[in-house]
Design a binder for this molecule. Structure first.
Ligand code: FEO
Ligand code: CA
Ligand code: CA
Length: 686
């Protein structure tokens, strides 16, 4: 194991990330005032108020009914959990390569190695690096001869969300879609001067943001993947590509600018963090910390979305006035949406779906209701912000006909947008901020989905439907949504229908002047985060009630405030700051972390969500110095991860790198996608 690099010993920042990460990734969000200063109550206050005892019980009763489509729900899990205890004790074999099907590997120990560490018997390959050419005519990457034109044909920077889609007619090939969340100029350009970026550097950064579509080839008999350069489906979308605004708010006055009087045509997508893959074969991409790209914010809505009042870190406003909110006050309204991309049609214009609301979209993961309508779950990643869902009014058409594909591309334009309000079932007095379990043994309760708008109809007094979509945070403030500990990625279980929401951390929970703890957010100065499990009543998607419980309260298992779904804590890996989540085919949840506050590197973990090993969590890999683990995709023969911002450590630069991953000393550090597979070619974790 390598020793900690000296550069790592600086003051850790919120969530364990470096100041460099904070600056470039989210515009120092943690150092600014929390944007949600609404006096909207939170779950700790509502035990005895908004929901009557009777309605709470009704909601709980609703969700204990198992449905054919959704499988078991929370209520059905309790006896299962009890029965599991004895079996768990018998099955406990710490460190052994036993485990739930799909998780039978020897856990990787927490470490600070400058590499991707994988379990014994597993191998890895770098699938694609920042700067590798994917389009016809794009040159090979040359760190000293970068250009915007070259970058526009090369894989972008800071890969985050990943999706792999099937490619019929081309055996052994799949389509990889990747988000490129943001750029780290000091790690990209030799001699970068943050006060005086050049036009070329800024234009390279525009081209390094956005999305990539690249066909990948599987190697026969292993899980290894390599890119197919110049494939006709390969595509780059950047901060200057054309996107279309669709849905109820498209064309609204709030979305018109001097360059686009139609309010429907936007140049670019920014800060695409996590995302989702739809059952109809498209991908969804959350525009997250878009606020940091806009200078001179001044309005109350700018403030609620975190736009700063001065210059931006990257100074883009010097090169395009649309990034200056004083000159183009509506341009920022055209970011903060969920983008839908059809990777099968390289000529299609990707759409920003206004029906899904505007906030700092971490991710958007759909599943279908019993009658075939998509429900999309979405987190707003900011301290004390909210968790949302959208329910389409249209049914998905099955099949791959042209009519089906055209119809399905309209599913996310019509429906109802909701925000979540959670209520705990234990007395508020039982929550002292330490994370001690309440008397009933669980952080759990019920919740309601509060409708915000349906098509052109607003459900929020004092706001038009357009205002609800464009200023969704303000709409949710008004209706009393629950202030959460940074809702990140979300994933419904394909096995049980339960929905898992990563709440990554919240350093300000319970501090002076800030919302206190509640049953869903039970720890003060929450460093390590938690995962919420939510069960809906699937055959009635219009039902307003759900049940919830905390599945995981993260941290060192020796820390009494941690909770692993009741599984014996001496048999689990430590985990901190859950961020991206994905399911494997067996119903295990895979969790990647962002900003491990335990002092070791970020990683990827698998945990059983049902059966006798529910809660048994094992670490599968770790990432290099300064990196975050993103975009996990778990397939039968491979695990795919995006290694984001390697070497992003305070004081690091091109001249003074903190990491030499992936190509060794003397080479530029490059964010890259990595495939992990078994040396013997067999399925993962069996
Ligand atoms: Fe881009 Fe919320 O992480
Ligand atoms: Ca409880
Ligand atoms: Ca994330």
């Amino acid at each position: 194991m390598r020793k900690l690099l000296p550069l790592l010993t600086g003051t850790p920042h919120a969530g364990g990330r470096s100041a460099l990460t904070c600056r470039y990734r989210c515009g120092d969000a943690c150092f600014h005032e929390v944007p949600n200063t609404s006096d909207n109550e939170y779950a700790g206050d509502v035990i005895a108020s908004a929901l009557s005892r009777r309605s709470v019980m009704r909601a709980a009763a609703v969700v204990t009914v198992a449905t054919a489509a959704g499988g078991s729900v929370l209520g059905a899990g309790a006896p299962e959990a009890q029965a599991a205890t004895a079996a768990q004790a018998a099955a406990r074999r710490p460190g052994a390569s036993s485990g739930a099907r799909g998780l039978r590997f020897t856990p990787v120990a927490p470490n600070t190695a400058d590499e991707v560490t994988v379990p014994r018997g597993y191998a890895q390959n770098v699938v694609i690096r920042w700067g590798e050419p994917i389009l016809r005519g794009a040159p090979a990457f040359d760190p000293d001869r970068q250009s915007a034109k070259a970058q526009a044909g090369q894989f972008g920077y800071n890969n985050d969300f990943l999706s792999l889609l099937p490619l019929r007619g081309e055996p052994g090939r799949q389509i990889l879609v990747a988000n490129h969340e943001y750029t780290d100029e000091v790690l990209m350009f030799r001699g970068y001067d943050p006060e005086n970026p050049t036009r070329e550097q800024v234009e390279i950064a525009w081209a390094a943001h956005g999305l990539s579509v690249v066909v990948v080839q599987e190697e026969h008999r292993t899980g290894r993947l390599t890119p197919v350069t110049r494939h006709p489906l390969n595509r780059r979308l950047t901060a200057t590509s054309v996107f279309e605004l669709t849905g109820p708010a498209a064309g609204s006055d709030l979305l018109k600018t001097s360059a686009d009087p139609s309010g429907r045509k936007v140049l670019g997508t920014l800060n695409n963090c996590a995302g989702g893959t739809t059952p109809w074969g498209t991908t969804l991409h959350g525009e997250e910390n878009f606020n940091q790209y806009f200078a001179n914010g001044s309005t109350a809505t700018d403030k609620r979305y975190g736009l700063g009042s001065g210059a931006t870190e990257r100074k883009w406003e010097r090169f395009d006035k649309r990034f200056d909110a004083k000159q183009e006050p509506n341009e920022s309204h055209r970011f903060g949406w969920v983008v839908e991309l059809d990777p099968y049609d390289p000529d299609s214009t990707p759409r920003k779906r206004t029906a899904l609301g505007r906030f700092k979209h971490e991710a958007a993961q759909p599943r279908l209701t019993d009658d075939g309508r998509p429900v999309v779950y979405m987190g707003d990643d900011e301290r004390f912000d909210y968790f949302y869902k959208f329910v389409s009014s249209k049914r998905m058409m099955k099949g791959n006909s042209r009519a089906a594909r055209e119809h399905n591309l309209t599913l996310l334009d019509e429906g109802t947008l909701y925000v979540a309000k959670l209520t705990g079932d234990s007395p508020a007095a039982e929550f002292d901020g330490t994370g001690r379990l309440p008397g009933d043994g669980e952080f759990d309760g019920s919740g309601v989905w509060i409708p915000l708008a349906t098509g052109d109809v607003s459900h929020v007094p004092g706001m038009t439907a357009d205002e609800v979509y464009v200023f969704t945070r303000l709409a949710a403030d008004k209706v009393g949504a629950t202030k959460m500990d940074r809702p990140e990625d979300v994933e419904p279980s394909p096995r049980t229908g339960r929905v898992y929401v990563a709440l990554t951390n919240n350093s300000q929970r319970g501090t002076t002047g800030k919302p206190g703890v509640d049953e869903a957010n039970p720890r003060a100065k929450n460093k390590h985060g938690q995962i919420l499990e939510l069960a809906e009543h699937w055959d009635d998607p219009a039902a307003d009630g759900f049940a919830w419980r905390l599945f995981l309260v993260a941290g060192d298992p020796d820390d009494p405030s941690t909770y692993y779904a009741g599984y014996p804590k001496e048999s689990v890996s430590p985990i901190s700051c859950p961020d991206n989540v994905a399911f494997d085919a067996y119903g295990n949840l895979w969790i990647s972390t962002d900003g491990n506050a335990l002092g070791t590197h970020d990683g990827l973990f698998g945990v059983a969500t049902h059966g006798e090993r529910r809660g048994e969590l094992k670490q599968f890999l770790t990432v290099p110095v300064g990196a975050e683990t993103c975009g996990p995709v778990i397939q039968n023969r491979r695990v795919l991860v995006a290694v984001q911002h390697p070497g992003e450590v305070d004081g690091a630069s091109v001249e003074k790198p903190a990491s030499s991953w992936p190509d060794g000393p003397g080479k530029l550090v490059r964010p890259s996608v990595v495939a992990v597979y078994r040396e013997d070619g067999r399925p993962i974790g069996v």
